[in-house]
Ligand binder design. Structure first.
Ligand code: NAD
Length: 435
């Protein structure tokens, strides 16, 4: 395993062919990309050190009475990676795999993601180590409220604004908003995003990440001179992001030839009927058993002939093991961190055009920003206004990353890091160092 955590910029490790990085540690994977982009930018050593370290890391113990009367104590984290550009923004996940390293990596990712689409937020992430599948709704509510009160000093519309992430949802955001508001003695809707529309959520937020994926995929096809009409698309993960992206791409004329979820994958080279699949999943919950397609394994999905591969499920699914089998010309990273740094090198050699996660799935945080703006202004927009403004930001960001990529002869991933690090660094220079 190669660790770069204590290196100075003049000793930066370039993730070239000879450097094989850990495929698992998310903080290392993120940092290897950060280091390379920082070197391409010639980032000065002081700023490099500042941007390589999270601003604030909070660890809390969260005692919760279980339904049977016993007390359980959970460990929770909130990491504010960088807030130079605005309030920290980032989701909260409830999962057994939560770790400080993972939360740090995700908080850094949020910093770069907000900067790449140029919205005025810094980056944060939070999580609690727990198994929500083994907890009752009442236990999850008590956990949410106690965790919220444990980190309440950091929270606030001007300082730190959570959102849903793995195993948290609108319901959890409503509890966070209520707990925070009870402490403040007045209703503060802008303290979280991803809320139910009835209590200050934004129209179009649920579809925003998938819509953003559709927009950047369309732009990538256009850039490569490939028509969207009939473009063959494979989607891994048929949840919020994957299913909406599939639906909207199909509406644009693309042919969705395969989809998958945790129950398995479906293939139909003639094209799947996405609204019909959505109806099936609404009724049966999982894709398994859908009759109008051939069932294949989740591993086979990655090697299918297609024009676009859209991973929208988990991290680390495109690795040095399967990257060489990928036939897609474009990969649109709907999920966070689906491609390992080692797979990146293989894909680059094969000439695959990768739309990196911090750009591809930034539609979600962009509409979260719209939600925060609407809450603060107390004036709510029609859905078509949300979608038009999202379209403009995604198209502009795609063009800015593509321009950076061409100018420095680097991949879209490196270019997206360069653009965002440059934006965060510029604000640090302007603000100066308070010492
Ligand atoms: P989700 O829970 O709605 O959907 C996840 C889907 O992946 C489900 O269909 C699930 O069955 C499937 N899946 C799980 N394991 C799988 C496997 N081994 N093989 C194939 N499919 C599998 O989640 P989501 O909100 O759609 O998020 C998906 C990804 O996108 C995550 O990485 C998330 O962090 C990222 N993301 C989501 C948003 C958002 O707004 N929802 C924003 C940015 C990034």
């Amino acid at each position: 395993m190669t660790s770069t955590s204590s290196k100075q910029p003049n000793a930066l490790i370039r993730p070239d062919k000879d450097t094989f990085l850990s495929e698992e540690n998310p903080f290392e994977a993120m940092m290897s990309r950060f280091d390379y982009a920082a070197r391409c930018l010639n980032l000065d050593p002081g700023l490099y050190k500042i941007l390589r370290n999270p601003e604030k890391q909070i660890i809390v113990s969260v005692p919760v009475p279980r339904d049977n009367g016993e007390i359980e104590v959970y460990t929770g984290y909130r990491v504010l990676y960088n807030t130079s550009r605005g309030p920290a923004k980032g989701g909260i996940r409830f999962d057994l795999n939560v770790s400080l390293d993972e939360v740090k990596a995700l908080a850094a990712w949020m910093t770069w993601k907000c900067a790449v689409v140029n919205i005025p937020f810094g980056g944060a992430k939070g999580g609690v180590i727990c198994d929500p599948g083994a907890m009752s709704p009442g236990e999850i509510e008590r956990l949410t409220r106690r965790y919220t009160s444990a980190i309440i000093e950091t929270l606030g519309p001007d300082s730190d604004v959570p959102a849903p992430d793995v195993n948290t949802n609108e319901r959890v955001m409503a509890w966070i908003m209520d707990t925070y508001s009870m402490h403040k003695r007045h209703t503060v809707t802008a303290v979280v995003t991803g809320k139910p529309v009835e209590m200050g959520g934004s129209l179009g937020r649920r579809e925003a990440t998938g819509r953003g994926c559709m927009i950047v995929t369309r732009e990538a096809l256009r850039k490569l001179g490939m028509p969207i009409q009939g473009a063959r698309v494979v989607v891994q993960g048929f949840g919020n992001v994957g299913s909406i992206a599939a639906l909207l791409l199909q509406e644009q004329g693309a042919r969705i030839v395969a989809v998958s979820d945790k129950s398995g994958a479906l293939h139909n080279p003639a094209g799947l009927d996405v609204p019909d699949l959505l109806k099936w999943v609404r009724e049966k919950k999982l894709l398994a058993g859908y009759p109008k397609a051939e069932a294949i394994t989740n591993d086979q999905l990655f090697g299918l002939p297609c024009d676009v591969l859209l991973p929208a499920a988990l991290e680390n699914v495109i690795t040095s093991k399967n990257a060489k089998d990928i036939q897609a010309k474009i990969i649109c990273e709907g999920a966070n961190g689906p491609t390992t740094a080692n797979a990146d090198k293989i894909l680059e050699e094969k000439g695959v055009f990768v739309i990196p996660d911090i750009l591809a799935n930034a539609g979600g945080v962009t509409v979260s920003y719209f939600e925060w703006v609407q809450d603060r202004g107390g004036y709510f927009w029609e859905e078509d206004v949300v979608n038009q403004r999202l379209e403009r930001i995604m198209v502009r960001s795609f063009e800015e990353v593509a321009t950076m990529s061409a100018k420095h002869s680097v991949s879209m991933r490196v270019a997206s890091y360069m653009l965002s690090i440059d934006r965060v660094a510029a604000v640090h220079r302007l603000r100066g160092l308070y010492a």
